[in-house]
Ligand binder design. Structure first.
Ligand code: CDP
Length: 268
C-alpha cells in the first residue's frame, strides 16, 4: 500500500483494488466508484502545498488533518519527527535531564535512525512511538533538540521528500519559511496562551495522562520562546503567510475561513 492509499472496508462485498490518479484504493466496487467520484470533484484543486506554522498547541495538526481530508491531500506532522528524534535522544543518553545535548554523538547515531511515518503514526523501525512522543517528558526536551542544526537537516531532508508530489498539508514551525518557502498557501496560527494550554491539557487527559494545566502552560510558553529565538530557522511568520488567531473559533469556523481563502486564491 502506497503513501497515498485508502482502504474502504466493507466486509459484505468482494474486495477490489484499483489505482486512480496515483492513489491506491481498496474496497467494494460500490464504495470505490463513490470514492472516485469524490476524488474527481476534489481533483479540481490544483497541485499545491499548504504550509501551516505557528505557536505550540494552536491546533495546527487538527486543522491540517481536516483540510487534508477535505481536499484528499496527504497530511504531514513535522513536529512528530522532532519529537521522534527527541525520544531517541532521551532513550540513548544523548540529552541529559538539564538538556545538555551530545551533538556529535546524536549526529552519528542519526545516520542509522529509521524514523518514519506508518500505520497509526510515527515509528522508529517497526516500533510505533506515537504515544511516547506526545508525553510531557518528550515535550520538555523537544525544543532544545530542535535547535540543533544537524537535527534540522535530518528532519528537513525527510520532509522535502514528501513535497515532491505536492498536494500535501504540512504543519510545523518553519514550513513556510524554510522547508517549503515556495508553498502556494501559508497559514500562521496563533491563539491566547491560556486557551492553548486548556486545549492541550484536555487532549492529554483524554488520552489518560494526568497533567497539571500550569505545567502544560509553562511547557508551551518555554517552547514558544526557544522556538522563536533559536538561530536556525526560528519560528517566524512568513511575509506571505495569512494569520489565523483561532482563540475564539470553532473548527467549523476555521473550515469556513480556509475554504473562502482557497476559493479566492485558486478560483474554486
Ligand atoms: O503540537 P505542538 O504544536 O505542541 O508541537 P509539535 O508540532 O508537535 O512540535 C514539537 C516541537 O518540535 C516544537 O515545539 C518545535 O520545537 C519543534 N518543531 C520545529 O522546530 N520545527 C517544526 N517544523 C516542527 C516542530
Amino acid at each position: 500500500i502506497s503513501d497515498r492509499a485508502f482502504v474502504i472496508n466493507n466486509k459484505n462485498f468482494h474486495e477490489y483494488n484499483i489505482r486512480f490518479t496515483n492513489i491506491d484504493i481498496f474496497g467494494s466496487l460500490h464504495n470505490i466508484l463513490y470514492f472516485c467520484l469524490i476524488l474527481m470533484i476534489h481533483m479540481q484543486i490544483p497541485d499545491i502545498i499548504i504550509a501551516i506554522d505557528g505557536y505550540s498547541s494552536t491546533g495546527k495538526s487538527s486543522f491540517a488533518k481536516i483540510i487534508a481530508n477535505e481536499f484528499s491531500f496527504l497530511y504531514l506532522d513535522s513536529g512528530a519527527l522532532y519529537r521522534g528524534v527527541t525520544l531517541f535522544a532521551i532513550e540513548n543518553g544523548f540529552i541529559t535531564d538539564d538538556c545538555t545535548i551530545d551533538v556529535p554523538g546524536l549526529e552519528k547515531a542519526m545516520e542509522n535512525l529509521d524514523l518514519h511515518f506508518g500505520e497509526g503514526g510515527t515509528y522508529i523501525g517497526d516500533r510505533c512511538i506515537e504515544k511516547e512522543i506526545r508525553s510531557l517528558a518528550v515535550a520538555g526536551k523537544v525544543s532544545p533538540i530542535a535547535t540543533v542544526p544537524e537535527v534540522r537537516t535530518f528532519v528537513d531532508r525527510k520532509l522535502r521528500e514528501f513535497g515532491k508530489n505536492k498536494r500535501i498539508v504540512m504543519d510545523g514551525r518553519d514550513i513556510g519559511t524554510t522547508v517549503f518557502p515556495d508553498a502556494e498557501l501559508k497559514i500562521f496560527m496563533t491563539a491566547e496562551p491560556m486557551i492553548r494550554a486548556e486545549r492541550r491539557a484536555a487532549e492529554m487527559r483524554a488520552k489518560g495522562q494526568d497533567v497539571d494545566i500550569n505545567d502544560v502552560l509553562k511547557n508551551l510558553q518555554e517552547r514558544d520562546y526557544i522556538d522563536s529565538h533559536r538561530a536556525t530557522s526560528p519560528l517566524t511568520q512568513a511575509a506571505d503567510a495569512i494569520v489565523l488567531d483561532n482563540s475564539h473559533m470553532t473548527m467549523e469556523d476555521q473550515m469556513v475561513w480556509i475554504k473562502e481563502i482557497i476559493r479566492e486564491r485558486f478560483g474554486l
